[in-house]
Design a protein around this ligand. Structure first.
Ligand code: RUB
Length: 313
């Protein structure tokens, strides 16, 4: 796949979900580097920085995307010859992909320990990390039942329901607005994250915060499964996570909208769940309370507040 094809697929959501987006970006950088016919290091760097910028511009919210791109790209500025620069960048890209896959599997193992035999689990959207916990619990022989939401407008819940059904897990498929109605039957909610800010807020698929609120009211645990590269170092410096707002066409057709001249269709793709409503964040490095987001950023992402070069050079 060319760089432009990967960027197009991330933008159109053919490639979606924060972890998959991050791995696709790392893979695109790897392949772009392999194909690069550069006369010298400067030309190679220029080509790779342009590629990085294109990838980061595709979707604004999932911090896994700039984090993955930065991990692959950042040391490039210290290289002094083309051969080594290219070799090292490709190694970093492959290492990121491997690390990301291993992280999801580890999260599954750790997350399954928070599920008990007989539990009813609610999940929202389609998160590899959240599903890893549920699937692992099922593989370990636990008798669990899941409530999976539909996830309007893009229906990512269909993918979740298919995965759960294929695994033989008893699943109830519900519209998003039925989450509170069924919360009294639920023991634990598990979702993924697109970004986690320094104050422990979770940015995830629109509707997540309503589910967290309903869980809080019903005294049901609300757990987030997320790789450490979903934490957002930029939030230490006061940057905010931009919430993507997608086309109104995803909700109402142009023809329908023409008949509603006083109506504006709003389509935010993600929302923010405050740390107060989150019991735990399950990462590949262990389980953290949301209040420890700063520590995760410092210790797991090895990010230094002096180091402003997380931005692309
Ligand atoms: C996907 C979404 C997922 C997170 C975590 O949104 O909100 O819950 O990305 O997923 P979209 P994962 O479909 O708009 O990309 O655990 O797979 O990274």
């Amino acid at each position: 796949m060319t760089l432009e094809e990967t960027a197009g697929k991330i933008r159109s959501m053919e490639i979606r979900g924060a972890g998959r987006i991050a791995r696709a970006a790392a893979r695109a950088l790897y392949e772009h580097s392999m194909e690069a016919e550069s006369a010298d290091l400067a030309q190679y760097c220029q080509r790779m920085y342009a590629a990085a910028e294109l990838l980061v511009s595709t979707r604004p919210t999932a911090v896994s995307l700039p984090n993955a791109v930065n991990l692959v790209m950042k040391p490039l500025k210290n290289e002094s010859d083309l051969f080594t620069a290219r070799h090292n960048l490709e190694e970093r890209a492959l290492a990121f992909i491997k690390r990301s896959e291993e992280a999801v599997s580890r999260i599954g193992t750790i997350g399954a320990r928070h599920i008990r035999d007989g539990d009813v689990v609610m999940t929202h959207c389609n998160s590899e990390a959240a599903l890893a916990c549920i699937l692992k619990a099922h593989q370990q022989g636990m008798d669990i039942e899941v409530y999976a939401t539909e996830v309007r407008p893009r229906n990512q819940g269909h993918i979740t329901a298919k995965t759960l059904s294929d695994a033989g897990i008893k699943t109830n498929f519900i519209v998003d607005s039925a989450a509170r109605y069924f919360m009294k039957e639920v023991d634990i909610c598990i979702t993924g994250a697109d970004a986690i800010t320094v104050n422990g807020s979770i940015i995830n698929k629109i509707g997540t915060s309503q589910i967290a609120l309903a869980a809080h009211e019903a005294r049901v645990s609300f757990v987030v499964a997320a790789e450490t590269y979903k934490f957002a170092p930029c939030t230490i410096l006061g940057e905010r996570i931009l919430i993507e707002e997608r086309s109104p066409d995803e909700i109402l057709s142009g023809d329908m909208r023409k008949q509603l001249p006083h109506v504006t269709v709003r389509n935010p793709t993600f929302d923010i769940t405050p740390a107060d409503y989150v019991d735990l964040i399950i990462t590949e490095a262990g389980v953290y309370p949301p209040e420890m987001a700063y520590t995760v950023i410092k210790e797991q992402l090895h990010w230094d507040t002096e180091d402003m070069s997380l931005e692309l050079p």
